[in-house]
Design a protein around this ligand. Structure first.
Ligand SMILES: NC(=O)C1=CN([C@@H]2O[C@H](COP(=O)(O)OP(=O)(O)OC[C@H]3O[C@@H](n4cnc5c(N)ncnc54)[C@H](O)[C@@H]3O)[C@@H](O)[C@H]2O)C=CC1
Ligand SMILES: O=C(O)C(=O)CO
Length: 319
């Protein structure tokens, strides 16, 4: 008998077919009755974003593997999965370059006020050459402070160094001598980075250590001309403090791809600020990259269900 798998986000048709040749795959949303009907007998789950916690796992006693279609896995309770002998996998690497493109694009758009000026043109306000009050800020030759010099952080820093001749400061759990050599990057304390960067970019995973990492104290340490970019997870930043820092002009502007609650509350003050560029969590959202993520997630799931080590296993569990 083929193992039962719950597919709780849409995956491309051909990958669904591949999955179906190994498993009995049921596409159903976590809000549906069908999802909870299949949960007690499911051996595998594949999807993204949905919280897999103790409560859900209690309803899935047969589960062997959870295949997350994202690199970030803060939605998974890894400790609980490991305790129960359930494999957890994610999709690193295949989205690194695309996400770095998005985050560097967000940085440029924020510095050069592109969304605001796009609205200005479309509103028919462009009647003469724009003047000082609408000027942006240079990016080239400025200092980028990267918090989290992992795969994506490094790819953003590469764009900054090679493409824009930026000076790179970074703060990370461990030093990265290769980045220091290749990008002439300097490893500094968090406070030094905050005080000396023109652009502060956050690319750490959301963990108990990084939750609320950036708040009032950190915004106050930044330059008044600093541009803050968050491409990691919303909960790394105290959003109320970010709103206050933007309102009080503690920093110049922010570019955000992620929020504490997603989708963001339409009433959020961030949505009324021209000096805050807001994207709908699109770091990896190109057709090619989303396909590669789904492909890797399917491969992880199939390998795990066949008793092999999945290519991107997160926890130390093999069944
Ligand atoms: N906006 C989007 O659409 C996307 C967001 N992401 C987010 O980006 C995160 C990073 O992804 P990758 O670069 O692939 O992960 P990675 O694991 O390669 O890099 C994370 C880096 O953060 C560092 N780090 C962890 N805790 C830290 C701490 N407390 N202080 C300083 N540094 C710390 C690690 O040492 C590592 O170098 C993901 O976990 C995810 O949350 C990832 C992809 C797309
Ligand atoms: O992969 C991730 O962690 C994302 O945020 C979406 O690609």
């Amino acid at each position: 008998m083929k193992p039962k798998v719950i597919v709780y986000n849409r995956i491309p048709e051909d990958l669904m077919e591949k999955l179906s040749s190994f498993c009995d795959a049921y596409q159903c949303s976590p809000e549906s009755e069908e999802f909870f009907h299949h949960l007690p007998t499911a051996k595998g789950m594949i999807g993204s974003g949905y919280t897999i916690d103790e409560n859900l796992l209690d309803k899935a006693p047969e589960l062997k593997i959870v295949s997350n279609v994202s690199v970030g896995y803060n939605n998974l309770n890894i400790e609980e999965l490991t305790k129960r002998g359930i494999m957890a996998t994610n999709t690193p690497d295949v989205l690194t370059e695309t996400t770095a493109d998005t985050i560097f694009g967000l940085l440029l758009a924020t510095a050069r006020r592109m969304p605001e000026l796009d609205r200005y043109v479309k509103a028919g306000k462009w009647e003469a050459s724009i003047t000082e009050e609408l000027f942006g800020n240079d990016v080239h030759h400025k200092t980028l402070g990267m918090i989290g010099m992992g795969r994506i952080g490094a790819a953003v820093a590469e764009r900054a160094h090679f493409g824009f001749k930026m000076n790179i400061l970074y703060h990370n759990r461990t030093r990265k001598p290769s980045m220091e050599n290749r990008l002439d990057a300097s490893y500094v304390s968090l406070d030094h980075l905050l005080q000396n960067s023109d652009f502060v970019c956050v690319m750490v995973p959301l963990t108990p250590e990084t939750a609320n990492l950036i708040g009032e104290r950190e915004f106050k340490l930044m330059k008044k001309s600093a541009i803050f970019i968050n491409g990691s997870r919303g909960k790394v930043v105290k959003e109320e403090d970010l709103i206050k820092a933007l309102e009080d002009k503690e920093i110049l502007a922010a570019g955000l791809d992620v929020y504490r609650e997603e989708p963001i509350d339409p009433e959020s003050p961030l949505l009324r600020m021209d000096h805050c560029v807001t994207l709908p969590h699109i770091g990896s959202a190109t057709a090619e990259t989303r396909y590669k993520m789904a492909e890797l997630a399917v491969e992880n799931l199939i390998q795990g269900l066949q008793g092999n080590k999945p290519p991107s296993l997160i926890n130390d569990v093999i069944v």
